[in-house]
Design a protein around this ligand. Structure first.
Ligand code: HEM
Length: 557
């Protein structure tokens, strides 16, 4: 029989804590206690030591020469005879590559895509066919306007790019956190991003240039309202939906055509931050990336449902708007939604630079069964991404491990490394009579493609639809109004008038609310700037006590 003894409970409790500490120490987990945290991102280096009980090898130079311990110090010696020192110094001098033009700051993770529904009626793409089939993916998450080192929680459009390593080649599905894009004419890319990025003299973000462009190109208003609404700051990458924006043509094995928009719906639930909440969490500049990294390390794997909004050729003929227009949303009731599968992220990269930084997404990387969008913006994107990757990573960016397809045979040769086997001794021209690679024949490939005619007319309906129907309640609408007011405060009265005119044309109620709010905000005096603390400089005495006789005991070879 066991008797209840309160003293024993106390002793048992102490023994239990002691045992846990011993186990932690023996397992090398003493750092949890020491750092007072279980945050996997903070513990990463301790984890490395825990899984490697001794140094992982003898140190070498990059050319493989073993490094003597005396070469790890460059003081009081001939630093330029120390090859290890030169190897380190000259390498770090060239350590940076250009940051991406847009979407520079990001994170990424590996995972898989699993088909959950039979969509063979719509597309023959191997990756989306066969319920239960899993395909490896790499996802890069990013924010559009932030430079490397920027603030994750800034108001911005987020990128969510999925690289599917399919048996039919790489499929890159580039998505944004907003379902509509800013403009439809590809020639606007350079000018628009110049207005969104930094002012050429001040090197600061500039609201005047943004509103100026908007007033001259009113089609950008819809995208701007999306950005200034609650959707402008999701609560991390895990809690946002992502949209491939364009209308894609897809084909089944009989060559039948369908027109679809691909959407990823978060299974974590959509969560957004208000501007005030974002200012708080933004004290950690890496809030989004830390959240994603820690969730995956803690095996709390984030997931999304991939679905497509579908229209047939017939339904397209009967709608009263252009479904290929990237600045607008499809109207409710004109399409059906078809689930395809589930995307799960379950592994952080072992090395950030080799994966996230060297990843090169290209919307033109499509597979049979997904010929892709037909609008001009997309056609230009097919070449723009290749071009920028060649500038940033070199012409052989598809041979970098993270971008490699499962299978390739080609007639491209040479160029900036990596070149891999460079197709060895195979013929380097096509057609040839010497058994170089030959193309396959796709009997079901549709015979004709459509040309999409795009209108240049100003259409404010998508912006009005967004304000009145996409936003769910008056709280969302008021926060949008407040954010517009804040963004209009630093610009000239004339610029404000032009924007107000546009807002009133879009929706009189929206325009009026912004006008009243602006008047009130302009009459309220600004609070004084916070005072800085002054610190007196310390005056160190010059020292004459430096010994000039140097004993060089290094023995270099
Ligand atoms: C004329 C139109 C566009 C042009 C010229 C363009 C160009 C670019 C360029 C140059 C990059 C940087 C790529 C890199 O260095 O890795 C980029 C990134 C990106 N773009 Fe676009 N873009 C356009 C429109 C769009 C649209 C409509 C979407 C909507 C899906 C989009 C989604 C993205 C995403 C998600 C990234 C980040 C890729 C990554 O994660 O590395 N872009 N774009």
């Amino acid at each position: 029989m066991i008797y209840f003894n309160p003293k024993m409970i106390h002793i048992k409790y102490v023994l239990c804590i002691f045992a846990v500490c011993i186990v932690n120490v023996l397992c090398g987990k003493e750092y949890d206690v020491y750092l007072n945290t279980t945050d996997p991102a903070t513990c990463q280096v301790y984890e490395f030591r825990h899984s490697h009980s001794k140094p992982i090898g003898i140190l070498t130079t990059s050319s493989g020469k073993l490094v003597d311990i005396r070469e790890t110090v460059a003081l009081n010696s001939d630093a330029f005879s120390n090859q290890h020192h030169i190897d380190l110094m000259t390498h770090i001098d060239a350590e940076r590559i250009p940051e991406r033009l847009v979407h520079a700051k990001g994170g990424g993770a590996f995972g898989y895509f699993e088909v959950t529904h039979d969509v063979s009626k719509y597309t023959k793409a191997e990756v989306f066919n066969g319920v239960g089939k899993k395909t490896k993916v790499f996802v890069r998450t990013s924010s559009l306007l932030q430079n490397l080192g920027g603030n994750d929680a800034a108001r911005d459009v987020r990128g969510f790019s999925v690289k599917f390593y399919t048996k039919e080649g790489i499929l890159d599905l580039l998505c944004l956190s907003t379902p509509a894009f800013f403009y439809r004419d590809p020639i606007d890319f350079t000018n628009f991003f110049h207005t969104l990025k930094r002012n050429p003299k001040t090197n600061l973000f500039d609201f005047s240039t943004r509103w100026d462009f908007l007033a001259k190109k009113p089609e950008t208003l819809h995208g701007m309202l999306l950005l200034l609404s609650d959707y402008g700051i999701p609560n991390g990458y895990r809690k946002m939906d992502a949209f491939a924006v364009h209308t894609f043509e897809i084909n089944n094995k009989h060559g039948d055509k369908y027109f679809v928009k691909f959407n990823l719906r978060t299974e974590q639930g959509v969560e957004v931050l208000t501007s005030d909440e974002a200012a708080k969490v933004g004290q950690d500049l890496d809030y989004f990336n830390r959240d994603l990294y820690n969730a995956i390390e803690n095996k709390n794997y984030p997931s999304w449902k991939l679905e497509m909004d579908v229209m047939t050729l017939e339904s397209i003929k009967h709608i009263d708007y252009n479904p290929f227009e990237v600045t607008r949303l499809w109207k409710k009731g004109t399409y059906i939604t078809v689930p395809i599968g589930r995307l799960v992220l379950n592994k952080n990269p072992d090395n950030f630079f080799a994966t996230v930084e060297l990843s090169a997404f290209n919307p033109g990387n499509l597979v049979p069964g997904i010929p892709g969008p037909m609008d001009n913006l997309f056609k230009v994107r097919r070449s723009s991404y290749r071009d920028t990757h060649t500038h940033r990573l070199g012409v052989n960016h598809n041979k970098i491990k993270i971008n490699q397809p499962l299978y390739w045979k080609e007639y491209n040769r040479d160029g900036t490394p990596p070149v891999k086997e460079n197709m060895m001794d195979a013929p380097n021209y096509y057609p040839n009579s010497f058994n170089g690679p030959v193309p396959y024949v796709d009997p079901a490939r549709p015979k004709e493609r459509f040309t999409v005619l795009e209108s240049n007319a100003v259409d404010l309906e998508p912006a009005a639809y967004f304000y009145n129907h996409y936003l769910c309640d008056d709280g969302q609408r008021q926060r949008l109004v407040n954010n517009i007011i804040q963004a209009l405060l630093p610009v000239s009265p004339e610029m404000r008038r032009r924007v107000l005119r546009l807002l009133i044309l879009t929706d009189p109620q929206l325009g009026m609310k912004v006008e009243t709010g602006l008047e009130f905000a302009l009459e309220t005096p600004l609070p004084p700037p916070p005072k800085a603390i002054k610190i007196l400089r310390n005056n160190y005495k010059d020292s004459n006590e430096i010994c000039t006789i140097v004993k060089n005991d290094h023995n270099y070879n």
